[in-house]
Each structure stands twice: as structure tokens, then as C-alpha cells.
Design a binder for this molecule. Structure first.
Ligand SMILES: [Zn+2]
Length: 264
């Protein structure tokens, strides 16, 4: 790997590395505390550790299973995500996972499922998932990726171990606070407060506004109700569209509409 954008494979925290070597890793994890891309990289490392056949160090990074997980071609390491056209991860997707987990692993010791943006599961899906956690076969392992673990039901959280990633250098606490203010305004009932938060930024620099939206998205993720999920999703879409050079004024308008409950 050479490009600066590509992060080297993250290492397991020391306590987990020791458990991995003793083959004593738990079967249910919530990966949190970082944006999705970093969580995915850590999920791969954890998946490698669960499937590694190295003699002394796990993940060794060199055995066949490790290399296959790293390249996303291991049949016993599956990514689960919401269909592109849906706003939430629907219960059918979890039911499919539940049917699949009872088919024994193809070649590994375990069958590992990594759920992208697990906070996008609605309550019905999370309840179905709870059953998998409670009743699934011993070889099943589940990695829930959720930047903010509070976006998951307490019943799900209580059955998972938390793997919280260390914050990256350069995180800006002021930006987080401003993002939280914007999220509160977007989730609040008061259109004037919303305007007060949004208007000063409407002529802001693109990168600064995108950073603000991202901070607000992270704050909104803490809310579990449908409105918070919708606002977080709208903020995520606005960040993606802004990065593709979308019209910032129009994106503010769509955010506003999403906060007020209009369909986008
Ligand atoms: Zn290995």
C-alpha cells in the first residue's frame, strides 16, 4: 500500500490481541467511536482474527484466511448493508442473515457477519437481530458498525462487547460542539432556531460547512427516533453531495426540508 488515503490495516487493541491469540474472542461486537471507513477497516482486522489459521499471532496477516478477508473474498466473512434504495436496513435483510447463519461455514472455523451502518436497522430489524445474537449457532460472529453505539437498542448493546476506536489526531472539540448545536436545531420544533443556526453558514466555505454537517450528523446519530435517523441520513447525503460539488444552497434547502419531515 502506498497512497496516503489508504490506511494501513489497523491493529487490534492489546487486550483484544491477547484474546485473539488465546482464541478467546467473543462473538458479538459493536465497533464505534469513529467514522464508518475506520470502523470497516477495524472490522476486517477483527474478522481476520476470528478466521486466522496462523500458528502464534492472530491475525497473522499471512495465512490464506487472513489474505482472503483482507481482499473481501472470504466466503465466511460477509458484509451486510441496507439496499441502496431503502432508508433503513429492513428486517428482511436480518431474516436472510438468520437463515444463512445456520448453514455451516464454507471453509473457516466461524462465520462472520459485519453489519455496515448498523444504526440504520429499524427497531424491528434490531429485534430480529437480537434473536440471532441469543440463539444463533456457536460459530456465528457478528460485528455491528455504529459510529454512535447509543443509536442501537439497549437490549442489543447489552449483548455485545464494545470496541471503541481511539479518536484520530486533529479532532476539533469546538467543531463537535457547533455540530451538536446544528443537530439540536434541525431536530427541534422551532424554525427560527433552525434559521439562526443555518443562515450564518449559508455563505460559508464548502469544506467548513461539510465538516460542520459531518459533526452534526455524528451528533444526530445519538437520537434513536425516526426523526433523528432521518436527519442523520439527510446530513450524510448532504455531505456526500457536497463532496461531489453539489450546490450548497440547494443542499441547505434539502436539509431544512428533511428536518421538517418533508420527503426529499
Ligand atoms: Zn492469519
Amino acid at each position: 500500500m502506498s497512497g496516503q488515503a489508504v490506511e494501513a490495516r489497523p491493529a487490534l487493541p492489546p487486550a483484544l490481541a491477547r484474546r485473539a491469540e488465546a482464541d478467546a474472542l467473543g462473538h458479538a461486537w459493536i465497533l464505534c467511536g469513529a467514522p464508518e471507513a475506520r470502523l470497516e477497516a477495524m472490522a476486517r482486522t477483527l474478522g481476520m482474527a476470528l478466521l486466522c489459521e496462523g500458528a502464534d499471532r492472530r491475525p497473522c496477516g499471512a495465512c490464506r484466511p487472513c489474505r482472503k478477508v483482507e481482499r473481501d473474498i472470504h466466503p465466511d466473512f460477509q458484509w451486510v448493508e441496507k439496499p441502496a434504495e431503502r432508508r433503513q436496513l429492513p428486517v428482511e435483510r436480518i431474516r436472510a442473515l438468520r437463515a444463512d447463519v445456520y448453514i455451516r461455514p464454507n471453509e473457516g472455523r466461524r462465520k462472520v457477519y459485519a453489519i455496515r451502518n448498523a444504526w440504520q436497522m429499524n427497531d424491528e430489524a434490531q429485534n430480529a437481530f437480537l434473536k440471532v445474537l441469543e440463539e444463533g449457532p456457536e460459530y456465528g460472529a457478528f460485528l455491528l458498525l455504529s459510529e454512535n453505539p447509543l443509536a442501537l437498542l439497549p437490549t442489543v448493546r447489552s449483548r455485545c462487547e464494545l470496541l471503541r476506536l481511539e479518536p484520530q489526531a486533529g479532532a476539533d472539540p469546538q467543531l463537535a460542539e457547533r455540530g451538536a448545536e446544528l443537530a439540536r436545531a434541525l431536530l427541534g420544533e422551532d424554525p427560527w432556531e433552525m434559521a439562526r443556526q443555518c443562515v450564518p453558514w449559508e455563505k460559508g466555505k464548502r469544506e467548513e460547512v461539510l465538516a460542520l454537517w459531518e459533526a452534526a450528523r455524528q451528533a444526530a446519530l445519538a437520537g434513536r427516533d425516526a426523526r433523528a435517523v432521518r436527519v442523520a441520513q439527510a446530513l450524510g447525503e448532504a455531505v456526500a453531495a457536497g463532496e461531489r460539488n453539489g450546490n450548497m444552497g440547494a443542499l441547505w434547502g434539502r436539509l431544512w426540508a428533511a428536518a421538517q419531515g418533508d420527503d426529499l
